[in-house]
Design a protein around this ligand. Structure first.
Ligand code: HEC
Length: 221
């Protein structure tokens, strides 16, 4: 069963069918995500990615005591949970729930003394496992970076220290046609960095990772 945790830890059940441009289905009282099965089946069979979830307190989601109101429903459904501004040029926001994504790989950059983790959302991880290139619309990858610091408990081991940057790549082949289908966002302390830095993203990815849909990271063996 697929679930995602909201900001207050409430587990939300969801189904995620098909691939393509995403369509989100939000049910009313007193139903659950199954209310949309017919519509989802139809759209998923016609090239859309369909996502429906059981609202908190309904169906297979947690029976939360607090937050059973429209502000909390909307915050979850429309990605405002992480709030924040969108990146210049691309309008990319920090995706809700990225800390729950599966890890594609880790990396390290010697010059900056950083450790990185590169997780991906459900469509991107599926594409990785199936070897699908280019990545489908809706695929989203994150790169989390931390200072590499020596473990205080074990000599010779290194652990993540203070976070440095969070970077996001979102695939939307129409919206971002001029940058290989990818929108970019770079965030420090949850805030997007300036436009000049966002101008550097695609050129470097294009120059070095063109043969892999502009994505450097390969699934860790
Ligand atoms: C000078 C080259 C360079 C620039 C500029 C650059 N990147 Fe990357 N990017 C990389 C490399 C190399 C990786 C591979 C993983 C690593 O660095 O640890 C990567 C990985 C990523 C990943 C993980 C998916 C992948 O392709 O492996 C994301 C997301 C990402 N970068 C976003 C950005 C964003 C957003 C910007 C602009 C603000 C940006 N990058 C600018 C070189 C670059």
């Amino acid at each position: 069963m697929s679930t995602i945790a909201t900001r207050d830890g409430t587990e939300i059940f969801y189904k995620d069918w098909g691939s393509g441009r995403p369509v989100v289905f939000s049910h009313g009282w007193p139903l659950n995500a199954d209310a949309w099965d017919d519509q989802m089946f139809f759209l998923a069979s016609h090239g859309f990615r369909c996502i429906a979830f059981d609202r908190r307190g309904f169906g297979r989601s947690s029976q939360s005591w607090d937050g059973n109101n429209y502000d909390t429903f909307a915050e979850f459904a429309f990605g405002e949970a992480d709030g924040g501004d969108s990146s210049p040029i691309f309008g990319v926001k920090i995706p809700t729930g990225y800390r729950q994504w599966q890890l594609a790989a880790v990396s390290q950059e010697e010059g900056l003394g950083e450790l990185r983790g590169i997780p991906g959302n459900v469509p991107s991880m599926k594409a990785y496992r199936d070897g699908t290139l280019p990545f489908p619309d809706g695929a989203t990858l994150a790169k989390l970076a931390w200072k590499r610091v020596p473990s205080s408990e074990f000599n010779g081991a290194f652990v993540p220290g203070a976070p440095t940057t969070l970077q996001i790549m979102v695939k939307d082949s129409k919206k971002y046609a001029s940058t290989g289908g990818w929108g970019f966002g770079r965030f420090v302390d949850g805030k997007p960095v300036d436009e000049a830095q966002h101008k550097t993203c695609f050129p470097c990815h294009q120059a070095n990772a063109k043969g892999h849909d502009f994505v450097f990271t390969r699934l860790a063996p």
